[in-house]
Ligand binder design. Structure first.
Ligand SMILES: C[S@@+](CC[C@H](N)C(=O)[O-])C[C@H]1O[C@@H](n2cnc3c(N)ncnc32)[C@H](O)[C@@H]1O
Length: 283
């Protein structure tokens, strides 16, 4: 990735390669040759940051708890177009995975309304304990929708159960992963999807290149940066939408629905149309 970026102290960084070389000792010539102690440092500083944060909506949203409603509305509108398109109109038994779930905010307000079972994966134990507490008490709603498994593990070490999920939801947490762990995670997580299953990635986006957060050890990637990583994961963009209604000082937020095989649609329609177009008769 050749795009330059910034860190939160305003320091310019020439390229993502340079950032990863500095942060985790990634050697440009050999992506397997990384300094494990630096990588360990990257993740332990990230986890320590979140361990110091209160287990509340305001805590996991960095003091912006009031964007919760707009966030849930935006996600719901996006999800409502995707579920019938991928699984048909008939209601079937749907299962979702909430990645980097924090206190279970997304599971409680969104996923449990659409999925019969939801699993959560989150590395910070006091967040997951809070999630378990709310969801198990709230849970077993009248409609039988419930949170089932609570995995306390970071995404870079997690592999989902094969073929369990219709949707794997990744929101506001993938910036904690380095590029190589991002790619390895999605490659592994594909096995967790059922046929027609898909990923949703909902994340902050940098206007250019990337922004490295020195406090929580995360990176905010730009839209082209995400798309290049998705390509390297072997994922295809099925649909994308911008989140609306957030305060202007926040990063723009995008939602991406990603599938594991090339979607037939716009391109094939275009080709078909061309077949029926009147041709110019050459003399
Ligand atoms: C901004 S909060 C978002 C929580 C939740 N997704 C939400 O939208 O309410 C970021 C979450 O990522 C989690 N996290 C940090 N490092 C992670 C990692 N390596 N793998 C998975 N999640 C991580 C944090 O503990 C925290 O719960």
């Amino acid at each position: 990735m050749d795009l330059g970026g910034l860190d939160t102290n305003g320091r310019e960084i020439k390229s993502a390669k340079e950032m990863w070389r500095e942060e985790i000792g990634l050697d440009e010539l050999d992506s397997n040759n990384t300094d494990n102690s630096k990588r360990h440092d990257w993740y332990s500083k990230g986890i320590s940051y979140w361990q110091g944060i209160e287990a509340s909506v305001d805590g996991v949203l960095g003091g912006y708890g009031h964007v919760n409603d707009a966030d849930v509305k935006g996600s719901e509108a996006f999800l409502k177009t995707l579920l019938p398109a991928r699984f048909g109109m008939e209601r079937c038994h749907l299962v979702a995975l909430d990645c980097g779930s924090g206190i279970g905010r997304v599971t409680k307000n969104l996923l449990l309304r659409h999925f019969n079972e939801v699993d959560l994966v989150e590395p910070v134990s006091h967040f997951l304990d809070a999630a378990r507490e709310t969801l198990v008490h709230d849970g077993d709603m009248d409609d039988g929708h419930k949170a089932v498994n609570f995995y306390c593990i970071p995404l870079q070490d997690f592999t989902p159960e094969a073929g369990r999920y219709d949707v794997i939801w990744v929101q506001w947490c993938i910036g904690q992963l380095t590029d190589d762990d991002f790619i390895a995670f999605f490659k592994r997580a594909k096995v967790g999807l059922k046929p027609n299953g898909f990923f949703v990635v909902k994340e902050n986006t940098a206007r250019n290149g990337f922004v490295l957060d020195k406090e929580d050890r995360s990176v905010t990637r730009s839209d082209p940066y995400f798309k290049e990583l998705f390509r390297q994961c072997g994922l295809y963009l099925y649909s994308t939408k911008d989140q609306k209604g957030f305060p202007g000082e926040l990063f723009p937020v995008k939602m991406y629905a990603l599938v594991t095989s090339k979607p037939i649609g716009a391109n094939s329609r275009k080709l078909k149309k061309q077949n029926y177009m009147p041709g110019v008769i050459k003399s």
